[in-house]
Write a protein that binds this ligand. Sequence first.
Ligand SMILES: NC(=O)C1=CN([C@@H]2O[C@H](COP(=O)(O)OP(=O)(O)OC[C@H]3O[C@@H](n4cnc5c(N)ncnc54)[C@H](O)[C@@H]3O)[C@@H](O)[C@H]2O)[C@@H](O)CC1
Ligand SMILES: Nc1ncnc2c1ncn2[C@@H]1O[C@H](COP(=O)(O)OP(=O)(O)O)[C@@H](O)[C@H]1O
Ligand SMILES: [K+]
Length: 511
Amino acid sequence: MVLEGEGSIFAAAGPHLLLRPDEMGRADSMTIEKGTSGSTLMENAGLAIADDVVARHRHGTRVTVVCGPGNNGGDGFVAARVLAQRGMVVRLLLLGDTDRLTGDAAIAAKRWRGTIEPVSETAIMAADVVIDAIFGAGLARPVEGRAAEAIGWINAARRGGASVIAVDLPSGIDGRTGEILGIAVEADRSVTFFRRKPGHLLLPGRVNAGRVVVADIGIKPSVLGAIRPMAAANHPDLWKDKWPRKSIAGHKYSGGSAVVACGGVEATGAARLAAGAALRAGAGLVTVTAPGEALPLVAGFLAALITRRCDDPDRFGELVSDPRLTAIVLGPALGVGEATRQMVRLALGTAAAVVLDADALTSFEDDPGALFALVRGRPAGTVMTPHSGEFRRLFKGAGGQGASKLDAARAAAEVSGGVVVFKGADTVIAGPDGFCLVNENAPADLATAGSGDVLAGIIGGLLAQGIGAREAAAMGVYMHGMAGNVAGPGLVADDLVEAIRAVRAAPPFED
Ligand SMILES: NC(=O)C1=CN([C@@H]2O[C@H](COP(=O)(O)OP(=O)(O)OC[C@H]3O[C@@H](n4cnc5c(N)ncnc54)[C@H](O)[C@@H]3O)[C@@H](O)[C@H]2O)[C@@H](O)CC1
Ligand SMILES: Nc1ncnc2c1ncn2[C@@H]1O[C@H](COP(=O)(O)OP(=O)(O)O)[C@@H](O)[C@H]1O
Ligand SMILES: [K+]
């Protein structure tokens, strides 16, 4: 399979891979089959939790461990024992009966010499630190009843100043989707095992998880080859060797040549932002095609941009037939309708890589299959960058009911044959081979008008330089997040274009 090739994105993803709860279960059982007992894994997990607490809190801290009925609770019993040995004042609360504990959790419970109390509001509210060991990977349905009450009390304790540490996942968060099933713990920290889970990165799980720490509990990375997880965090390790750099022997065409299509006189801002971003991301030259009356506005923006008059799709077809063209960006404020559809068809008919955003996507709302047929057939890369509204319009119920954002993006990439960038605070980049990346460096300041246009331009600028579609998309999303951090609070989209210079000057990896 392509993903496993030497130097492939899968190979580079190693520590950044994300394991769904069922995949984590396989990692556990493969490890147990190879001779490490489940009890040892649980001891290691509980120890990792205790270490995390001890590293941050004084001797004598009042720690309340809230245990659930499964192995997540088992980890809690181990942590409680170790913390008591290390001088913390520990209370252990159990949801349910001790005699209903089974397997490794029952063994861990026997080793706890202290009292096992029923869950109560007062015991939770009296703590300086609460360890949430109610549910982890085994959460199977919405939380209700006593467990829901306990979660409410844990959150109240946190609002009252207690620190909350989640074992594996905040209870109530679905590790596969990041969704809240009923109610969920709001943690300061989550200590998870071996690899992070999608629910640690996808919203709202990411917010509930707080700072996520990954502990080694003795599972060997070699199990990953058989499990073949299909998702990873978007990390520079995945594309740093493609980072844009000017070569001393280069000339302007070495950076490739990009075209950005501009809408009418009242809608030129989006294309200007995209074109500026493409140039700053390293495209050698960027041409903006615009209707006659809009042309002066574009020309007056950045002197480095080339402008070409383009009043109809036929003229656009002529302009993009230049064989030196390496990337085309279509969609930002272009208008929804047949003219845009025709421009998309023409762009997809070229040998250039194409970014389809905004109106280029919405224009195919009534006949997405027609778009996908064109995308699927092309040898050059195609990247589609929908926000959630555009995604729903074009990809309808991709992934089916209960699909995570990851599953939905994956299904969209598979059905369209292109690379899909499903935007948001937890942007997912999906390739048609099903492998997905979840981005996590984007600051909320990016939620501002025109920010998506800048992203489309950055990706276009990277594609123009010959970077592959998946890498350009992943790197582009990451650079966009970095630009947001450089520009900081109060940023407007224009500032992001400017900030790309600082991003390129300080790559997110050691050279
Ligand atoms: N499998 C292993 O070998 C290891 C597992 N570990 C821990 O084990 C956890 C997974 O353990 P489990 O698979 O036992 O699952 P959990 O302990 O997360 O939860 C399963 C239990 O909760 C019940 N349950 C699920 N959803 C519920 C709901 N909404 N309301 C009420 N009850 C509900 C289930 O019936 C079951 O009794 C991981 O998150 C991790 O903390 C670690 O100890 C490392 C080793
Ligand atoms: N809360 C958020 N945190 C981080 N990034 C965000 C957030 N909200 C939106 N973004 C990012 O900002 C950009 C907005 O794009 P888009 O919705 O197309 O807006 P526009 O059409 O105004 O340009 C996307 O890249 C998206 O991922
Ligand atoms: K938990």
